[in-house]
Design a protein around this ligand. Structure first.
Ligand code: TEU
Length: 566
């Protein structure tokens, strides 16, 4: 018996619409393109599609700068295409989760145009305006996308706050009218039949009471405002209000993108009592390789050690157990490709390590996310030229650290972009080995990865040993074995110090899973107690060599819990 909620047993497939499938041959992915690939997502076995923003946008930040919440970006299609997508998805038993971006709007949104038009406009208080202090910005906060988090408006002689680009002004959630307008908009989408929301930077919506200087320690030129703003004084009040006004009315999936959240805070955002959201989507395990230099922040080419990675993952597994719910992911549209970052994208090990990472993640507790192309083992783009990049975060960082401040050499920064840029994940989906990978017949907006001739869906669908078919199995096990959802997580005794292998169990009163993952290209020997009545349900080599673990080998054993506890 599995008493879990549907979204605890579900697997999410994330679609970045601009890079998934082009149907009208303009080099940009679109909604009709997604419709044409629904059977592929269904074949994989995922339950929910998370769509990155599809709304009207000024297109400064990949659609995260919305100029109208209730219309569709014409580059992607029309509202009737969107309705068709929902209908076609539902016909196949797939759900649609939209992106909700309400920490900020685009500066092209009508609310902001009104707001900046004069200090007494009724929309003035929809955003966060402050007088200059000594002729400068009101405080020392920096934008996540470089430079100050404040921009001066000549006409009204005040600064407005933008934690991201200056074209992404922050909404003032302390204004009840703002909250009402957002909740109204969410209910409007509900009436269109969507199945939930992933909420962009929702942990940042409630700003500290007095917007005083931050002392995070980054130093010059502007401080990282993330910690100062995350989990602000009213965030839980506002989410409870959202829950009452909107979420509680629907059987939705609701995911809070919660940068800067701790496990204690997660108990509030994603408490199993259902008072706020279903689950958090947090960043700790994907932040461990950054911050080598606080000024450079995420920009580095360091690899995280298995010991640090495991310690973090285990913390989230054990501290949320029975209280709150977490998302499981290796990559998304903001993060480098999983196999390049945590595995080995050398053709010799690419498939083995992609499968190993998949198994390791999918048997943990939480709701797993597969980012488009991960199920094929798609890799980072490995570009050598700045002109190939489009992402504003990457371009701004290059200009700040190389051109303006001369902190790093062009070669070093290009290497950091190769490992860390968001564009690594945004290259077009690799459907086949044709010139533009079956994504489009015309030159795509971002270059296709050269390795699409080897790494593509067409090849993998016909190969029973492919990464795609391995992921399909992982999803099938989650759907059939309750222990994957509800089992207690435990690290194998002694594993916390192992620098090469991650080994854990999941156990409920009926069954136990033992998951073993070799994180290295070395052949290793490890002895684990495995009852004789076991079944080997998942493996990425064709035979079982007992205590010998080959490069990136992963094995998942299933056995009766009674045998394990004897
Ligand atoms: O990202 C939030 C966020 O925390 C980013 O700063 C993230 O850490 C960074 O992009 C990683 O390099 C969300 C969206 O996922 C992202 O695409 C948007 O650009 C951002 O919010 C602003 O809406």
């Amino acid at each position: 018996m599995n008493n879990s909620k549907w979204w605890q047993q579900a697997v999410i497939y994330q679609v970045y619409p601009k890079s998934f499938q082009d149907s009208n041959q303009d080099g940009l992915g679109d909604l009709r393109g997604i419709i044409s690939r629904l059977d592929y997502i269904k074949q994989l076995g995922a339950d929910v599609i998370w769509l990155n923003p599809v709304y009207k946008t000024a297109n400064i930040d990949g659609g995260y700068d919305i100029s109208d919440y209730q219309s569709i970006n014409p580059d992607l299609g029309t509202m009737s295409d969107f309705d068709a997508l929902v209908t076609e998805a539902h016909q196949r038993g797939l759900k649609i989760m939209m992106d909700l971006v309400v920490n900020h709007t685009s500066s092209d949104h009508d609310w902001f145009k009104q707001s900046r038009s004069s200090t007494d406009n009724p929309y003035r208080d929809y955003y966060i305006w402050r007088d200059p202090v000594d002729g400068h910005e009101p405080n020392n906060w920096g934008s996540f996308f470089s430079g100050p988090a404040w921009t001066y408006d000549e006409q009204s002689q005040q600064y407005y706050l933008h934690l991201f680009a200056k074209e992404q002004p922050d909404l003032n959630w302390d204004n009840p009218e703002v909250r009402k307008a957002i909740f109204r908009m969410m209910n409007w989408w509900a009436a269109k039949g969507i199945d939930g929301f992933r909420m962009d930077v929702i942990s940042l919506i409630s700003k500290p009471n007095n917007l005083t200087d931050d002392h995070a320690g980054k130093g010059q030129p502007y401080e990282d405002a993330g910690q100062a703003v995350a989990n602000g004084p009213h965030v839980h009040q506002y989410l409870k209000e959202m829950n009452q006004e909107v979420l509680s009315k629907y059987d939705w999936i609701t995911v809070g993108e919660t940068a800067g959240v701790t496990t204690e805070q997660a108990d509030k955002y994603a408490n199993l009592d259902g008072s706020e959201l279903n689950m958090v989507f947090q960043f700790e395990h994907v932040s461990l390789d950054g911050n080598v230099n606080p000024i450079l922040g995420k920009w580095s080419d360091r690899r995280v050690s298995l010991v640090d990675l495991r310690e973090n993952l285990v913390k989230w597994q054990t501290q949320l157990a029975g209280k709150a719910w977490n998302s499981l992911y290796w990559n998304n549209h903001d993060q480098p490709r999983a196999v390049s970052r945590f595995g080995d994208d050398d053709p010799q090990y690419r498939d083995y390590s992609a499968k190993m990472l998949g198994a390791m993640l999918h048997f943990m507790q939480g709701t797993p996310y597969i980012y488009q192309g991960e199920e094929l083992g798609m890799t980072n783009s490995a570009w050598h030229d700045l002109s190939q990049y489009r992402d504003l975060e990457s371009l701004n960082a290059y200009h700040e650290f190389v051109d303006k401040e001369a902190l790093v050499s062009p070669e070093t920064m290009l290497r950091y972009l190769q490992t860390t840029s968001r564009d690594n994940a945004r290259t077009p989906m690799q459907w086949d080995n044709s010139q533009y990978a079956g994504f489009s017949q015309n030159k795509p907006w971002l270059p296709v990865n050269d390795n699409h001739t080897e790494v593509n869906a067409q090849q993998q669908l016909s190969d029973s040993n492919s990464v795609f078919n391995f992921y399909k199995q992982l999803i099938k096990w989650r759907h059939t074995l309750p222990v994957v959802t509800n089992g207690t997580f435990s690290l194998i005794t002694g594993n916390e110090k192992d620098t090469e292998v991650f080994a854990y169990t999941r156990q409920n009163s009926d069954q136990t899973l033992l998951v073993i993952a070799n994180f290295t290209a070395n052949q290793l020997t490890r002895h684990y107690d495995i009852p004789s009545d076991h079944k080997l349900i998942v493996q990425n080599y064709t035979d079982d060599q007992g205590s010998t673990l080959r490069p990136y080998e992963t094995k998942v054993y299933l056995y009766q819990s009674t045998a394990a506890t004897d």
